[in-house]
Design a protein around this ligand. Structure first.
Ligand SMILES: *[C@@H]1O[C@H](CO)[C@@H](O)[C@H](O)[C@H]1NC(C)=O
Ligand SMILES: *[C@@H]1O[C@H](CO)[C@@H](O)[C@H](O)[C@H]1NC(C)=O
Ligand SMILES: *[C@@H]1O[C@H](CO)[C@@H](O)[C@H](O)[C@H]1NC(C)=O
Ligand SMILES: *[C@@H]1O[C@H](CO)[C@@H](O)[C@H](O)[C@H]1NC(C)=O
Ligand SMILES: *[C@@H]1O[C@H](CO)[C@@H](O)[C@H](O)[C@H]1NC(C)=O
Ligand SMILES: *[C@@H]1O[C@H](CO)[C@@H](O)[C@H](O)[C@H]1NC(C)=O
Ligand SMILES: *[C@@H]1O[C@H](CO)[C@@H](O)[C@H](O)[C@H]1NC(C)=O
Ligand SMILES: *[C@@H]1O[C@H](CO)[C@@H](O)[C@H](O)[C@H]1NC(C)=O
Ligand SMILES: *[C@@H]1O[C@H](CO)[C@@H](O)[C@H](O)[C@H]1NC(C)=O
Ligand SMILES: *[C@@H]1O[C@H](CO)[C@@H](O)[C@H](O)[C@H]1NC(C)=O
Ligand SMILES: *[C@@H]1O[C@H](CO)[C@@H](O)[C@H](O)[C@H]1NC(C)=O
Length: 741
């Protein structure tokens, strides 16, 4: 339900009230992120493997988008709707050993390897295979295939029975009826699957003669996008589809002819119409991925949240008298422009659920935007970090969005509020993964509230383990009892440790839970990659801040700022707050009691003046000075290392170029990594003529530079790489280009 200020109540209800808004949290939350966060801030990069549609992940004879669709079809095609056994259940993982049986070619292993990094307790391999169909089809310009989640992965191989090119028309009809497809749907799903991709001569020499087609690869139709050409070429008698039997090699493995003519061309003729093709494919491809074992219950189709909390973390702080609460709020900007949002804030209730009070507000700060395939999925993220008294704490919150028209919209999670719990909290700063392979190198500390009687505290670690049988990993979970270490006010700290092998450090997930009699509360789905390498003892001062030294008092002016790398204003400004805000810069400076500026060099027009001229007390700590009017107190980070465009063997750095989502400077392939470095991007692009880094975490490859992109000034490319803050990774719509030498 949506609550709004009286002036817009009617309209707002009309706009949003009619939709089935998802309620948070939900089992689909992880898949929803993978589905909609393709590029930009917090992008998950699931789509990178098929972006653009023609992306040849494995060289010019392998279209990844076609391989993803083919993998889903082959996994599904042995299902049986009468017995309720098989279907899309990732049993294909076990059906690829040896010669691959019915699953010939490298496409399946490559696809499963591509999905493996996304596989988790919250994203089964079978759901990822289904999501791959939406993603590949969308990337190729096809329709939205609705994704329902909840598929369960098989633990062994399934039945045989994939339709093969040499089968008879009658066999095809029976095989498709077994999976729930009548003749017209059989024709449609075959055409929809074959609108992208082609046949590899080396895999099917009986169909296409090796050596007669470029790159060993013959396309099914005359285009590489998701369009009706497969149908219109067939109806119009356009030669080329190797599965019509009318190719350089005449043969009886003409499965498309056998399938398409099964109803005297009625369906295939209708599919030659572009709109009919798109709408029919949306329906039959959804049907294809919903052939699942009868024991599986699929969720409602995944729709994007209007408002979704993420990365929420409560933890005991200070001397135990406060709780830190941090996280992010993602706001969908489909129905309103991002620029109309002036404020996003949390209105919360205390731990007893006491009613909203005037002070129960947490403000947020804009962090970045992400996009999915459709522009309408542009989203804004707002981060927050608050310190709450331990006695009152928090139990749930609503999100309030203020628009520049003065309208206020309250999101209350379909009436229930966004609930958080402070019964068991991971202590991220006290937990760590120590470098190296020392015993007990993975240490987890949690705080458990004294409201739990006779608590049992457990740490569950989920590892993605390689399997000898198959390329897809398995998940294995280990549980440990955590031991009480110390009591601090209303909380007891528990600790546990595990000797984690280096190969698991970047992919392990863990949950902490406290149980008592019938109740169990957990803080779940934490990533080992989010932990630091030093465990900070509780109550000790934060040692992770940069060390800094005072440079002096300098002149400053609004026309020509002394430090130009970033700025923030806060009535509660302190030297420490400004230093964290400017992390990564060589200098930070404070002015006028409340302003904070960052930069890597001091403006030439600025002069050092007597220290006494910087005389304003800082708003947040009157024992410190924060410059004065036109006077800035400058500090230098003594640990600072200059940020560079590093030397990459075989490449020259060419400069900072402009880029845009609608016209990519480099458009052959793309990858996103939350730990991006220039070296990682170079390795991903694997010898292309050009590669480039952008917006902290994005990497693009290309054989050529788009002629529309031109060299810009270097200061546009001032973002640090998310995986190494001493390297540059472009900027907003700016890309650091490296050229093969
Ligand atoms: C939202 O709440 C209403 C009434 O409480 C409920 O009927 C509906 O199922 C909820 N919607 C979702 C998506 O949970
Ligand atoms: C796929 O991977 C499995 C397991 O590693 C292997 O046995 C099989 O030969 C591979 N298949 C192909 C076609 O590469
Ligand atoms: C095949 O099934 C679809 C629904 O899945 C239905 O709309 C269509 O009419 C059926 N076609 C035939 C020939 O029965
Ligand atoms: C169906 O289309 C194919 C290819 O255009 C054509 O050869 C065949 O004669 C058609 N069949 C019928 C029954 O119209
Ligand atoms: C599907 O729902 C039924 C009935 O609620 C339940 O018995 C079954 O365990 C569920 N299956 C899965 C895989 O969750
Ligand atoms: C804990 O710190 C708060 C200020 O953050 C202070 O008011 C309180 O007295 C301290 N409590 C103890 C037991 O030291
Ligand atoms: C790991 O836990 C054991 C007890 O289970 C404890 O003796 C040991 O000191 C812990 N190691 C670390 C590094 O915390
Ligand atoms: C933390 O730092 C403050 C100020 O530097 C100091 O007064 C305090 O004693 C330190 N606390 C601990 C536990 O080291
Ligand atoms: C980060 O980048 C700098 C500059 O290229 C390099 O010297 C340093 O080794 C890198 N750090 C890591 C951890 O890779
Ligand atoms: C780059 O900027 C130029 C103008 O300087 C503009 O014409 C061009 O469209 C831009 N290209 C991209 C890819 O944004
Ligand atoms: C990188 O390219 C080389 C040849 O240019 C090729 O042999 C190799 O397989 C490629 N590696 C990847 C991961 O694509």
């Amino acid at each position: 339900m949506l609550i709004a200020s009286p002036s817009i109540l009617g309209t707002a209800f009309f706009l949003y009230g009619a939709l089935a808004l998802p309620t948070w949290p939900s089992s689909i939350d992880e898949l929803e992120d993978l589905m909609f966060l393709n590029t930009g801030y917090h992008s998950r990069g699931f789509s990178a493997g098929v972006t653009p549609c023609s992306f040849f992940k494995q060289g010019p004879s392998r279209t990844a988008s076609a391989e993803w669709i083919r993998t889903a079809f082959h996994d599904m095609a042995t299902g049986n709707v009468y017995t309720g056994i098989g279907g899309l259940d990732a049993s294909i993982v076990f059906e690829l050993a040896g010669n691959g049986g019915e699953n010939i070619g490298a496409a399946f292993n490559t696809t499963l390897e591509t999905f493996a990094p996304f596989f988790s307790t919250r994203a089964s391999m079978a759901d990822l295979i289904a999501l791959g169909v939406y993603t590949a089809v969308r990337s190729c310009g096809g329709p939205i295939v609705k994704i329902r989640a909840g598929r369960v992965d098989a633990t062994e191989r399934g039945a045989i029975g994939v339709p093969l090119p040499e089968n008879s028309q009658g066999t095809f009809i029976n095989q498709f009826i077994r999976t729930g497809f009548n003749v017209s749907d059989m024709i449609a799903v075959t055409a929809c699957g074959h609108t992208v991709g082609g046949v590899h001569a080396s895999n099917f020499p009986q169909i296409t003669v090796p050596g007669t087609v470029p790159n060993d690869y013959q396309l099914f139709d005359s285009t590489t996008s998701f369009d009706e050409k497969i149908a219109s070429d067939f109806v119009g008698g356009v030669a080329g589809n190797p599965l019509t039997g009318v190719t350089a090699k005449r043969n009886t493995r003409d499965s498309d002819t056998k399938v398409f003519t099964a109803d005297r061309n009625v369906t295939i003729t209708a599919l030659a119409d572009p709109a009919t093709f798109q709408s029919t494919c949306a329906r039959v491809l959804q049907k294809m991925i919903e052939v699942v074992p009868s024991s599986v219950n699929l969720t409602a189709p995944i729709e994007p949240y209007e408002v979704k909390p993420g990365n929420l973390q409560l933890s005991l702080a200070g001397n135990g008298s406060t709780i830190d609460f941090s996280g992010e709020i993602r706001v969908r900007t489909t129905t309103r422009s991002a620029t109309t949002i002036t404020k996003t804030e949390l209105m919360f209730k205390d731990r007893l659920g006491a009613s909203d009070c005037g002070d129960c507000l947490i403000s947020t700060e804009y962090k970045g935007a992400a996009e999915g395939f459709d522009d309408t999925f542009a989203e804004q993220f707002y981060g927050f970090s608050a310190s709450l008294p331990v006695e009152t704490s928090i139990s749930k919150f609503n999100v309030r969005i203020v628009l520049n028209t003065g309208e206020v919209i309250l999101y209350d999670n379909n009436g229930s509020g966004y609930a958080v719990q402070d019964t068991i909290m991971l202590q991220p700063k006290q937990s760590c993964i120590v470098e190296g392979n020392t015993p007990g190198n993975f240490v987890v500390v949690v705080a458990v509230r004294d409201t739990v009687k006779s608590p049992m505290v457990t740490l569950s670690l989920t590892l993605k383990t390689p399997r000898s049988c198959c390329v897809a990993p398995a998940l294995s979970t280990k549980s440990f009892t955590m031991l009480a270490q110390a009591t601090i006010g209303s909380y007891t700290l528990y600790s546990g440790n595990y000797s984690l092998e280096a190969s698991y450090k970047s992919s392990a997930k863990f949950d902490v839970a406290v149980s008592s009699e019938a109740t169990i509360v957990s803080d779940s789905f934490k990533s080992t990659t989010d932990l630091g390498s030093i465990c900070t003892p509780f109550g000790s001062n934060d040692t992770n801040l940069p060390t800094y030294s005072f440079e002096g008092c300098y002149t400053d002016s609004t026309e020509s700022r002394t430090l130009t790398g970033g700025a923030s204003v806060d009535d509660k400004m302190t030297v420490k707050a400004c230093s964290s805000h400017c992390k990564g810069f060589q200098y930070f400076g404070l002015e006028y009691g409340r302003e904070c500026y960052c930069g890597n060099s001091k403006g030439a027009g600025s002069m050092q003046v007597s220290e006494t001229e910087c005389k304003d007390p800082c708003g947040g700590d009157s024992s410190e000075t924060c410059g004065a009017s036109y006077r800035i107190s400058i500090y230098k980070d003594t640990t600072w290392i200059p940020t560079i465009n590093p030397k990459i063997p075989g490449y020259e750095y060419s400069g900072c170029y402009n880029d845009s989502a609608s016209s990519r400077t480099l458009s052959d392939s793309f990858v996103y990594n939350e730990k991006m470095t220039v070296e990682l991007c170079a390795a991903f692009c694997n010898g292309t003529n050009y590669f480039g880094t952008e917006y902290f975490s994005e990497c693009y490859c290309g054989a050529s530079l788009s002629p529309g992109s031109t060299k810009q000034t270097e200061d546009g490319c001032s973002f640090f790489c998310s995986g190494n803050s001493t390297q540059y990774c472009g900027g907003s719509n700016r890309i650091n280009i490296y050229t093969k030498s």
